[in-house]
Ligand binder design. Structure first.
Ligand code: ADP
Length: 646
């Protein structure tokens, strides 16, 4: 086994590789750009080497600097992860020429699958079914237009060097062909420096199926079954699962055999994925599944395969790169249960999936799922790289359970102020057609408006927000701002005030009038807990629900019209934390604003102060004690008895 590996990547995949390498006792070396100097993958690795400025082109894509870093660090091998240099045959060759071990397929295999047209021809020769179409050398417009007529519309024009969903155009009629070809080649030249295209039959009701394959240097190639990655947005995967819904044993056998044939045709070694497109208009049928392309690297969605097979694919990669045979034979591999992955992105689905960058002040990821991530709370999402926050992966006995668990996991994500697509994912995963396994690559586009509709806080959450704002304004002391004064007025000290209180809040900038009709304990009884709300010292905050984050502020300029509340003088803990000081004693006289108790939470101290002049009637607070949010710490009784009324 190799003893050390440099990971020529960043983010979640670098962290993922480090995890397995460490378990195997392999020393890890990270590389980083300026923007990533403090990134999690750098903090996690045994060693880290700076390879350039923030731009990926000048750092993670600079093969020479990466090889130099490997040499300088004494690493024996380079693992490229996915993206960046992972499918660059020239880089793989340079790594080997430098005397380093390349954790991946031979450069010749990468090259053979590098261009879509060449790969399709190779696969057709090897007896692998390919999507009907034209993938030859001739590129003049008239000739290609004739081929499109032969194939029959709709057709898909694909840049042979394309990737990541770029360089593709669907064309529905001959009249549109010339324009579509021109725009496709323009994009292909700009993005890939290669104008060549192929023409394919556009498959209706298409599903994206792919097969994980693995080869070693001893002539063995196995498959690790299929994944379904049909829910896509602009040809990019959003949800991936294994196995594929609706797959029968015979179709699976045919599909996986075709994938192994494809891998053997290019003498494939290490981890690879053979991608197919299926015409699922009448369910999955072996004669309606065609080769699309092969990805000669570890895939983003590899964890779903790991979950159902119990194989650590990165471990296999390191073993195979070290010259060991595959740890298991085909007969020793089987499917257990159902796995599903969601890609959590720093982007706002309600704003056209605009990437969202900045500091992850709040980032709480589900404990119920496998979380592959490259960031932690407090880290930055930088504008330089792919804005993925994490991959959330669940494994359950059945598909229905997996979908429900993943929906819950996405709904429990708390991410702010960076925007995330968690709520969009949760909705998608709760969709009845999705739950029924009725997915095609057009599934998201068909329901886009419903999925991307901006989330609104529920009535229950608004109640909790209003309640939290009132308590916070009264009890988080120290900063007597205008807001505090306003909120104190709002709460008021009148006895026998009307039981309902009207509170004005600003939620995501819009004013909401909330009739606060429930007490905190009634809210709790209905399952509305406060922990999903975080308020800062000034009364602003954020509330989380179903994967969405709502910015919360007191309505500053327009004081509430509704009745003020009676106060029982209870001073509640504003958040879960620890009592670090108790400044008063029972029976002591205190004046409004006087510090009573200090709670430490989220690494900050919060001084809780007296809401009005009075005496300390009850003092359950004990120094050093852990407290829950909303727990009563002190009760102040006004000397005239006002505070005792309720
Ligand atoms: P890329 O290399 O950019 O990922 P692919 O060839 O893998 O491109 O195709 C990406 C996606 O485009 C597929 O997952 C599928 O959704 C869609 N697609 C590709 N080929 C076809 C086709 N012939 N008919 C319909 N959809 C297709």
């Amino acid at each position: 086994m190799i003893k050390s590996v440099l990971i020529a990547n960043r983010g979640e995949i670098a962290c993922r590789i480090i995890r397995t390498a460490r378990a195997l006792g392999v020393r890890t070396v990270a590389v980083y750009s300026d923007a990533d100097a403090k990134a999690l993958h750098v903090r996690s690795a045994d060693d880290a080497i700076h390879v350039g400025p923030s731009s990926a082109r000048a750092s993670y894509l600079d093969g020479e600097r990466i090889i130099a870093a490997a040499k300088a660090s004494g690493a024996e091998a380079i693992h490229p992860g996915y993206g960046f240099l992972s499918e660059n045959a020239e880089f793989a060759r340079a790594v080997q020429a430098a005397g380093l071990v390349w954790v991946g397929p031979d450069p010749a295999s990468i090259g053979a699958m590098g261009l879509k047209d060449q790969a399709k021809r190779l696969m057709a020769d090897a007896g692998v079914p390919v999507t009907p179409g034209y993938s030859g050398e001739r590129q003049d417009l008239d000739f290609l237009a004739e081929r499109a007529d032969d194939i029959g519309y709709p057709v898909l024009i694909k840049a042979v060097a394309g990737g990541g969903g770029k360089g593709m155009r669907r064309v529905d009629s001959a009249a549109d062909f010339a324009d579509a070809l021109a725009s496709c080649t323009r994009e292909a030249v700009a993005a890939f420096g290669n104008a060549h295209v192929l023409i394919e039959k556009y498959i209706e009701h298409p599903r994206h199926l792919e097969v994980q394959v693995f080869g070693d240097r001893h002539g063995n190639v196995v498959h690790l079954f299929e994944r379904d990655c049909s829910p896509q947005r602009r040809h990019q995967k959003v949800i991936e699962e294994a196995p594929a819904p609706g797959m029968d044993a015979a179709t699976r056998a045919a599909l996986c055999a075709a994938a192994v044939r494809a891998a053997k045709a290019v003498d494939y070694v290490n981890a690879g994925t053979v991608e197919f497109i299926a015409d699922a208009s009448e369910g999955l049928r072996a004669d309606r599944i065609w080769f699309m392309e092969m990805n000669t690297r570890l895939q983003v969605e590899h964890p779903v395969t790991e979950a159902i097979t119990g194989v650590d694919l990165v471990e296999w990669q390191l073993r195979v790169a070290s010259g060991e045979p595959l740890p298991r034979t085909q007969d020793e591999l089987a499917i257990h249960g159902w796995a599903m992955e969601a890609r959590l992105y720093a982007e706002d689905p309600a704003k056209g999936f605009l990437p969202s960058v900045g500091r992850l002040d709040h980032l709480v990821l589900p404990e119920s799922a496998r979380v592959d991530t490259g960031v932690e709370e407090g880290d930055e999402v930088s504008p330089y790289y792919d804005p993925m926050i994490a991959k959330l992966v669940v494994h359950a006995p059945t598909r229905v359970q997996a979908a429900a668990e993943l929906a819950d996991a996405c709904g429990s994500v708390k991410c702010a102020p960076v925007r995330s697509n968690a709520w969009f994912l949760a909705r998608l995963l709760s969709d009845s057609a999705f739950r029924a396994g009725d997915v095609s690559t057009g599934f998201i586009a068909d329901r886009f408006d419903a999925f991307a509709e901006p989330p609104q806080p529920s009535g229950g959450l608004l109640q909790v927000m209003a309640d939290a704002m009132i308590s916070n304004s009264l009890h988080v002391g120290g900063h007597r701002t205008q807001q505090h004064a306003m909120l104190e007025d709002l709460r008021g000290f009148r006895v026998n005030a009307k039981p309902s209180r009207s509170v004005r809040l600003r939620v995501d900038g819009a004013t909401r009038e909330v009739e606060l009709s429930l007490t905190p304990s009634q809210l709790r009884d209905r399952g509305w807990e406060r922990p999903s709300i975080f308020l800062d010292d000034f009364g602003d905050g954020v509330a989380f629900e179903d994967g969405a984050a709502f910015r919360l502020a007191a309505d500053r300029h327009d004081p509430p019209s509704g009745g003020a509340a009676a106060s029982d003088g209870a001073v509640l803990s504003p958040m879960p934390g620890r009592i670090v000081a108790v400044a008063v004693a029972e029976g002591q006289q205190v004046t409004k604003g006087q510090r009573l108790v200090t709670v430490e939470a989220m690494k900050m101290e919060h001084a809780l102060t007296a809401p009005f002049d009075g005496i300390v009637a009850e003092l359950p607070a004990r120094e050093g004690a852990q407290v829950e949010e909303g727990m009563r710490l002190v009760r102040i009784a006004a000397e005239d008895g006002v505070g005792e009324a309720q």
